[in-house]
Ligand binder design. Structure first.
Ligand code: 13P
Length: 291
């Protein structure tokens, strides 16, 4: 398929009330698992690379692998830079061929967040059809180099959300509503559903124009995930689940095959385990068959 634009993909999801899975990967095995699962389920897909894996492999290498896979895949696939708080690196990844850039200036004050987000929007819209995600309020926990303590996290103000979206012309918007990166301490984390509803009404009430992102997917119960989608979340980020699957599966395999030295066998087992998790998420998000 031609290279996909995340905004168009997510506007369709917003209208039809499902969410597209945005899965963080750190290596080629995970990437292959995510793509194979999405193809098996005929689901649109957003592959996410945070700053550390993007720097480790190199943006041009990641973008080249992505392009080769995406162009021959029977489903639309985007490549997203996740939570980048470095304006210059956002531009480097946009130049390299990422199709979606998240500038995370959410730790800055409101005016500076708007300034940096607008700078990346102007840059990305100028060089092509690259969509930009911005965040307002802060999501607690750790995602790559972005760390926010629980007592520091701030929820997104709905009126400011509208101002942020209008002033920056951001394509996709991540409001902090109480979800967190990493593993939740309780089965029933306190999320502000009313806040999400208000933000969705203010921004997309008359017609969907800026799709909303739910960060911190790992550990949310299925009924909670469905409620967040029904209230307007159309991009659903999942990272920790896949990291745990990768490490736990590798550990278990090596523990029970201590004298085997065949990396290909470990890769195959890890790939299948991650595929299983992605297929679970795709069904839950309601995006199976939506490619
Ligand atoms: P989890 O690690 O909690 O799944 O969150 C992922 C995320 O929001 C990436 O941006």
């Amino acid at each position: 398929m031609p290279i996909a634009n995340a905004k168009d993909m997510l506007l369709k999801a917003t209208e039809e009330k499902y969410a597209v899975g945005a899965f963080n990967v750190t290596n080629l095995i995970q990437l292959k698992a995510v793509v194979e699962a999405a193809i098996a389920k005929s689901a649109p897909l957003i592959i996410q690379a945070s700053v550390a894996p993007s720097k480790f492999l190199g943006p041009k290498v990641i973008a080249a692998i992505y392009k080769t896979i995406a162009e021959s895949a029977p489903i639309p696939i985007c490549l997203h830079l996740d939570h980048c708080n470095d304006v210059e690196f956002c531009k480097t990844c946009a130049d390299a061929g990422y199709t979606n850039i998240m500038i995370d200036a959410s730790k800055q004050d409101f005016a500076e967040n708007i300034r940096q987000t607008k700078e990346i929007c102007d840059y990305c819209h100028e060089i092509g059809t690259i969509s930009v995600e911005g965040e307002l309020g802060t999501v607690s926990g750790i995602e790559d180099q972005v760390k926010v303590a629980e007592d520091e996290a701030q929820l997104c103000d709905p009126e400011q959300a509208l101002e942020f979206v209008d002033q920056t012309e951001v394509d996709i918007f991540a409001p902090a509503i109480g979800t967190a990166h990493g593993v939740y301490k309780t089965k029933d984390p306190k999320l502000d559903f009313d806040r999400l509803k208000k933000i969705a009404n203010l921004i997309n009430g008359s017609q969907p124009r800026v799709p909303l992102v739910i960060h911190g997917g790992t550990g949310l119960q299925p009924d909670v995930v469905k409620r967040l989608i029904s209230l307007g979340g159309s991009k659903f980020n999942v990272s920790t689940d896949l990291k745990h699957t990768l490490i736990d599966t590798t550990y278990d395999y090596i523990s029970s095959h201590r004298n085997e030295y065949n990396p290909g066998k470990i890769d195959a087992v890890v790939k299948e385990a991650i595929k299983g998790r992605i297929e679970y998420w795709i069904e839950l998000l309601g995006c199976a068959g939506k490619a």
